[in-house]
Design a protein around this ligand. Sequence first.
Ligand SMILES: [Zn+2]
Length: 258
Amino acid sequence: MPDTLRILRSRVIPAAGFVHGFPERTGGVSPGPRASLNMGVRWGDDRANVDENRRRLAAAAGYTAEQLQVMRHVHGTNVWTVGEPVGDDAEFDGLVSNQVGPVLSAFAADCVPLLFAEPVARVCGSAHAGWRGTVAGVARNVVARMSALGARPERIRVALGPSIGPCCFEVGSEVVVEFRAALGDLPGLVVPGPDKDHIDLRVALRAMLESTGVLPEHIDDTPPCTRCTPERFFSYRRDGREGGMHMGFIGLCPIPGH
Ligand SMILES: [Zn+2]
C-alpha cells in the first residue's frame, strides 16, 4: 500500500502509559502539495480535510479526535498546562499535562516538534521549536512546567521529531549570532555550508535540555530531515505554505493493573 498512515515512535518514550508518535505525510485525504496527511489549517487547507486527517491519525494511534489539545504556535516560549483558563487569542508553543485523557500536539513543517514523557510522576509535554523558540528556551520552559507538576528532569524523556537537519538548515549570519549568544561556542552547532552557515537545531536543543538536568541518554535527537525526504515529510523550506504541516502527539493513558 503506497499511501498507508505511518507513525514514527521514539525508543526513549515508554510504550506503557503513553500514547505518542510523529506521523509521516501519507494516509490522509488532503490533495495536491498537501497530500495527504496535512494536520494544519493555517495555510489554507479545507477544514474538513484536516478534521478527517486528525480523525484517521487518532484512530490509528488509539485515541479520539476529541481528546486532542491544539494551541496556536507563534515561535514563542509560553507553555500551557492543560486545564488552565485561556483567552480566544491564546498562543502557546508548549503544552503540558498530568491528566489521563488530553492528547497534546506539536505542529511543525521543518521546525522541531518535541515530545516529553516522565513515567514516574506521570507527566507529559509537547513543544514546537523553530530557531527562535529554540534560542529563547521553549524546551527549557516545558521542563520547568512539567517539574511544577511533580516531574523530575532526570526522569524526563524527550523525543525530537522529523525536522530540518543540519544538511539543509542554511541561515543568515544574524541567526548564527543569536545561537552563539544563547548557547556559546557549542561543538557542531554551526556547520559551514557551501554558501552560508548551517545550524544544527538538534545540537542546540540537546544542550538546552541537558542544561535543565535531562540525562543525555534520555534524549532521542536523530530524526529524519524533512527537507531531504519529500516522499515522507512536508517541508516549509522546500514547499512553502502550499505544502502541509505535521503534528507530533503525546498523551497519558491508563496503565493496566494500576
Ligand atoms: Zn536535509
